[in-house]
Write a protein that binds this ligand. Structure first.
Ligand code: DAH
Length: 341
């Protein structure tokens, strides 16, 4: 027994004397004293050989050695900068992966990006204009003079008699033609504003405007471009389209573009008003007056334009009955579009 106590004292002296900043030496120290086959394990194993009346004293000595070795190890690790526990030994690499939270794009952004992708393949580049517009760009230059009945349809938010929140992205056509010379192909996605609010109208919503001006551009070009877009957007070459006569002050002739949605379900009946057809955008040949207003000679150039509402298409595509859901930022709604990316 005395021999064992002497051994403990000798180890204690060694522990106390130990000093090192070298991670390998520190690790060796750990193995020597605290390792599975180390000195302390050995001493604890000899506990059973100690006569009963001496067990208490022996135990105390042994514990003192263990505490001293553990403290010395922590101290040395701290001062050498090594972490107090070796991460490699605590990570279980065989555990299955655990997902982290992944954000997602807003459904309106998803669709806007899809439209941009398709038109950029046809050489259209992005263009932007201000959301606070003047009367000229939003109305006058687009062939909508001050007493034109079309103004009443726009439910405009006015700041003063000359400044307003743009009611459509068609105003960007004018900026684009003023800024650069023909030929040009531009796509203008953006926010627009109208004083209107109910389950299918929101005071702020999004439109995408397109404009193509070049020599000898004709209505057949317009039809080809929009059909190509629709086939790519709805990912089907079989989708039927229909161009029917319409009226917009800035295009002549004007048309609305319908797609055949079908009449298979009750919902189809409701959203197509029993016809099977859905209007998805307006379009037409740019009125010569509009070209002239922007300094482009209509004798030399012609163009087509089109405009669509993103929320409208999103509501159809995702069967969303209330436009306000797009702006309330309810995660339960938004998370449903993660897989659409
Ligand atoms: N600006 C129209 C609207 O807000 C949409 C539109 C229709 C744009 C026909 C066009 C077009 O460029 O040719 O309802």
């Amino acid at each position: 027994m005395e021999q064992l106590i002497d051994q403990i004292q000798a180890h204690l002296a060694e522990v106390e004397a130990f000093q090192s900043n070298d991670p390998t030496e520190i690790e060796n120290f750990r193995i020597k004293f605290l390792g599975k086959k180390g000195i302390l394990t050995g001493l604890f194993a000899s506990f059973k050989e100690v006569p009963n009346d001496q067990k208490k004293a022996f135990g105390q000595q042994l514990n003192a050695l263990k505490i001293a070795a553990t403290n010395k190890l922590e101290e040395s690790k701290k001062s050498s900068g090594t972490k107090s526990s070796n991460p490699a030994s605590t990570i279980d690499f065989s555990r299955p992966g655990q997902p982290i939270d992944v954000g997602s794009l807003h459904p309106i952004s998803i669709l806007r990006n899809r439209v941009i992708d398709i038109f950029s393949q046809l050489g259209f580049s992005l263009s932007a204009g201000p959301e606070i517009e003047d009367d000229w760009h939003n109305f006058e230059a687009l062939n909508i003079p001050s007493h034109h009945p079309a103004r009443a349809m726009h439910d405009t938010f006015y700041f003063d008699s000359n400044h307003l929140l743009r009611t459509h992205t068609s105003s960007v056509q004018i900026h684009a033609m003023e800024k650069s010379t023909a030929p040009l192909r531009v796509l203008a996605p953006g926010r627009v504003y109208r004083c209107d609010s109910d389950p299918t109208h929101s005071p702020m919503f999004h439109q995408i405007e397109g404009l193509c001006v070049d020599k000898e551009i004709n209505f057949r070009n317009l039809k080809w471009v929009l059909n190509d877009f629709i086939h790519k957007f709805f990912d089907s070459n079989n989708i039927k389209t229909r161009f029917s006569p319409s009226y917009f002050p800035f295009t002549e002739p004007s048309a609305e573009v319908d797609i055949y949605w079908g009449l298979e379900t009750e919902v189809d009946y409701r959203i197509t008003k029993g016809t099977g057809w859905l209007e998805i955008m307006g379009c037409g040949m740019v009125d010569p007056n509009v070209l002239k207003n922007c300094g482009i000679d209509p004798e030399e150039y012609s163009g087509f334009a089109f405009g669509m509402g993103i929320e409208r298409i999103a509501m159809l595509l995702y069967q969303v009955g209330d436009i306000r859901l797009f702006f309330e930022n309810d995660m339960r709604f938004l998370e449903q579009f993660k897989s659409t990316l």
